[in-house]
Design a protein around this ligand. Structure first.
Ligand code: ZN
Length: 645
């Protein structure tokens, strides 16, 4: 009679980075291991010696470190005996505890999400202005995840305030990395909503400006844009020459010259005179002080916030490498923000996931195979697809929070106004000052008042057109339109010069329609219809005056003003194109781009004064005609202000 077969203990061994599990066929364990994400496990076949001297194959399972605690837990819970070869019992136990801790946090986060993140137990009185409830919920979510989370709320759902609130609450020294055009917006939100100060790297407001750049020391928040990181932290490369040299008496030898510097590539080796013989690899980072003595030291920070984090999607971008190397292992709390929907291109998420939780997300290729329907082409792998999304959502859910606009709509006003402040680069500043000087020359010129005014007006247009162009360039370089399109949203951009509207249109031809005063009625109508009906069209490039009346653009959820009208009424008209009582979007975002320390600010201030006048006049039931007739006064005032500017 056959004896009951004893289970042979599972043999466990630590390899260099992974763990090896060796066991006889044990369906329960094999089945369990197969439930782990594919990139966390693999199998190997070993040829082993039999007791009889023959050989046989043995299946070995390889488990990544991030999952070994999980597997050990499973074996303990299911009374599967195991022995370990090169691990101490306490190390083994440590792995298991780490896993259980992680599981607890995951369960807590999921439960809290299910309970819609109750924040009653939290105090927010330290904020100058109270965040919306949904923003407080996000802060709660960060708490549960101990500051490691992705905030993926849909565009239009304010994502800046939750990390600010969380950092202010715990006094976390925070570095915010964001697109250039959002730098000053972050600064403004910190200062307006919290009682903290913000330092912006490479920001020097002019003496005329009301804005002040607080010092690094006095600021809890430090803000920098992606491009600027590279002037403080640089990649260092090690180059080794593989070129052949003839050494007298020894024949052909490898050159072997080594150079370490900040160059990505070396064309020619000075030693052996070979070209393209260097093999280069990133060997580290070099930290650099700027001319004002400012620097970035990752160890200074408790938290890093990466805004629009899909910008670190490509490892080919230097700043991606720098951010990962400098901050991933140094800064404990890492919050990532992006409104881009994961389902459109999961690959854009990988780099961020890897930055936040490198153990769980370690191989971009495996990620691509599993979640991006990757396939090989003649030009390499294509990871632009999407697959197994449900599994991906389940895996990221514990630290991923995304609310749709419609979910928080009841907390939002009909229209949200935002001003995006844009800083001129030093080169742009120089050009601008030159234009300003030309304008001031007019003061000294002769001629009648009328002639002078005409001449002023010309110069004002030059200044306005200049800032308009700067704003347009930022809109393009920051990828606002592709963000909009990947979210299935629609955007209206209103310019005050036809050339700007046309440039914008040309940049996004396939995604855009144009609408200007020089088009005929039929063309204009077709643009409007296409924008409203065609799913592939996400950008309406229009003009403040010409596109202000009689058309419906209610498919848009966002309106960006690149310029100004001389009357607030014209701007309101434009807003009403996209916001009607019947509009499909109940909350629309109205964004005005302002170049700070330029004519833009003067115009904005004058318009604001005037808007107050307008509303007073309207309340006093004086007809609108009277208001528009005062158009010339705003220009007169502007000229006066510019003279003393
Ligand atoms: Zn060489």
């Amino acid at each position: 009679m056959a004896k009951k077969k004893e289970i042979v203990p599972v043999k466990l061994r630590k390899l260099r980075t992974n763990y090896e599990l060796r066991f006889d066929y044990l369906p329960i364990l094999t089945t369990y291991i197969k439930t782990l994400p594919k990139e966390h496990r693999s199998v190997r076949i070993d040829n082993v010696l039999d007791v009889n001297g023959g050989t046989r194959d043995e299946w070995v399972r390889i488990i990544r470190e991030v999952q070994i605690g999980n597997v050990i837990s499973f074996m303990v819970d299911n009374s599967i005996p195991f022995v370990f070869e090169n691990l101490l019992p306490e190390e083994l136990n440590g792995l298991r505890l780490e896993y259980l801790e992680r599981q607890k946090r995951v369960a807590e986060a999921l439960k809290a999400k299910e309970d819609t993140l109750v924040f009653d137990d939290m105090d927010f009185s330290f904020m100058k202005i109270q965040p919306y409830d949904y923003q407080k919920q996000a802060v709660k979510f960060f708490e549960i995840n101990q500051g490691k989370a992705i905030l993926g709320d849909q565009p239009g759902v304010g994502k800046t305030l939750p990390p600010i609130t969380y950092a202010a609450k715990h006094k976390l020294k925070t570095l915010v990395i964001c697109p250039a055009s959002l730098k000053l917006n972050w600064r403004k939100e910190v200062i307006n909503f919290s009682n903290e100060k913000a330092h912006v790297f490479k920001y020097t407001p002019s003496k005329r400006s009301k804005n002040k750049n607080y010092s690094k020391e006095e600021s809890l928040f430090h803000i920098i844009n992606y491009e600027s990181i590279q002037s403080y932290i640089k990649l260092e490369y090690k180059h080794k020459c593989n070129g052949n040299v003839i050494v007298p008496g020894k024949g052909m030898q490898k050159c072997g010259t080594e150079i370490t510097d900040l160059n990505k590539k070396h064309k020619k080796c000075e030693m052996c005179k070979n070209t393209n013989s260097f093999k280069s690899r990133i060997s580290g980072l070099v930290y650099i002080e700027d001319k004002d003595g400012s620097f970035i030291d990752p160890e200074d920070y408790d938290m890093i916030v990466i805004d629009e984090f899909h910008r670190i999607k490509s490892v080919k971008t230097d700043w991606t490498q720098i951010i990962k190397k400098a901050f991933r292992d140094t800064v404990d709390k890492r919050i990532l923000i992006s409104g881009t929907a994961i389902k459109s291109r999961p690959m854009e998420f990988f780099s961020g996931l890897n930055f936040m939780d490198p153990e769980m997300w370690n191989s971009s290729h495996d990620f691509g195979l599993r979640y991006c329907a990757a396939y090989e082409t003649n030009f390499g792998w294509d990871y632009s697809g999407a697959s197994n999304l449900e599994e991906l959502f389940t895996r990221i859910s514990p630290y991923f929070l995304r609310r749709l606009k419609k979910d928080v709509l009841s907390q939002l006003p009909d229209k949200t106004y935002t001003e995006i402040e844009i800083e001129l680069t030093p080169t742009e500043r120089k050009e601008y000052e030159k234009l300003l000087k030309e304008m001031k020359k007019v003061i000294g010129e002769g001629g009648s008042e009328e002639e002078k005014e005409q001449s002023y007006l010309e110069k004002i247009h030059k200044l306005k057109q200049f800032t308009g162009n700067v704003k347009l360039n930022r809109l393009i370089s920051d990828g606002i339109v592709s963000d909009i399109s990947s979210n299935g949203d629609k955007l209206v951009v209103m310019s005050d010069y036809q050339i700007l509207a046309e440039t914008l249109y040309k940049e996004y031809k396939d995604l855009a329609v144009i609408h200007t005063g020089s088009m005929n009625q039929e063309e204009k109508q077709s643009s409007v219809e296409k924008f409203q009906e065609d799913k592939n069209i996400c950008l309406f490039s229009g003009m403040i005056g010409a596109s202000g009346v009689g058309i419906t653009l209610t498919e848009a959820s966002k309106l960006i003003f690149l310029g100004f009208a001389w009357t607030p009424g014209d701007m309101l008209q434009a807003e009403d194109r996209i916001h009607r009582a019947t509009t499909t979007h109940d909350n629309i975002q109205i964004i005005t781009y302002i170049c700070i320390d330029t004519i833009d600010e003067l115009i904005r201030d004058l318009l604001n004064q005037k808007e107050n006048v307008v509303s007073k006049v309207l309340d006093g039931k004086i007809i609108k005609k009277d208001i528009t007739s005062s158009d010339s006064s705003i220009i007169k005032q502007l000229i006066n202000n510019l003279k003393s500017y």
